[in-house]
Design a protein around this ligand. Structure first.
Ligand code: MLT
Length: 241
């Protein structure tokens, strides 16, 4: 039987326990949505960094080919080219270039998955494509990034959204843990207007507070993309294989 588990926060499972698994990392507001947008806009790769200085120093070695992006407290970092809004990542801004990205929670969650066999970047933008790419995997862990160490309803909803098509294809094949069941229930109980629903989630209310409500709409575009970005751990770069 195939197994899918959901983790509300990276600290809920150790990096070692993820080894050998296929991990879908979700920070739907906004890091993983932004990574999907950057790659679909033609960035050659996205390299996730934990620290601002580390990203700056690496970018300095190849400045003309690198776009520095990311946020702290939701805002673009001083001296960086772009913030963490998916809409900033366009053909014009990132096409043909490398994106070095550092965010508060999302890039940390990616780092936490570094021992996994496959690390996939999931969001609502590419949920059906992600589900299709993991449907034959024996063991799937959906790792929610959370917001500043607190679980985020938006990530849990996106986890449920990815579990749904897995089960639709072959319900009998999958064993769900309690959190996967609960995430699916939450997703299926959701009303019609996802973007409005997101306003009251932890990540959503933070974005509303700094006037970035347009990002909620951009990150709620279910299946706008068909790409499945993957982190190549030895090379430490996210691409669309
Ligand atoms: C993060 O990685 O913490 C988030 O993506 C925060 C944000 O909304 O920019």
């Amino acid at each position: 039987m195939q197994e899918v588990r959901v983790h509300h926060l990276p600290r809920d499972i150790s990096a070692e326990e993820l080894s050998g698994s296929t991990v879908v990392v979700i920070d739907m507001l906004r890091a993983t949505s932004t990574i999907c947008r950057a790659l679909s806009a033609g960035a050659v790769e996205v390299v996730p960094f934990l620290e601002i200085d580390e990203a700056r120093a690496a970018a300095a070695k190849d400045r003309t080919n690198v776009v520095l992006g990311g946020e702290r407290h939701g805002q673009r970092i001083e001296g960086f080219d772009l913030g963490n809004s998916p809409s900033e990542y366009t053909l014009l801004s990132v096409g043909g270039r490398r994106v070095f990205l550092t965010t508060t929670n999302g890039t940390r969650a990616l780092h936490h998955a570094r021992q996994a066999r496959r690390v996939i970047v999931g969001s609502l933008l590419n949920l059906t494509a992600v589900a299709a790419s993991i449907q034959d995997e024996p063991r799937v862990d959906i790792l929610c990034a959370g917001t500043d160490g607190v679980e985020s309803r938006e990530d849990i909803l996106a986890a449920g959204a990815i579990v749904e098509p897995l089960l639709a294809r072959n319900r009998a094949a999958w064993k769900l843990d309690d959190k996967a069941h609960a995430a699916l229930d939450e997703w299926q109980a959701l009303g019609d207007d996802l973007a409005v629903e997101l306003c009251s989630t932890p990540g959503g209310s933070n974005l509303m507070a700094i006037g970035m409500d347009h990002d909620l709409v951009d990150c709620a575009r279910i299946d706008a993309l068909t790409i499945v970005p993957e982190l190549d751990v030895p090379a430490w770069r996210i691409t669309v294989p």
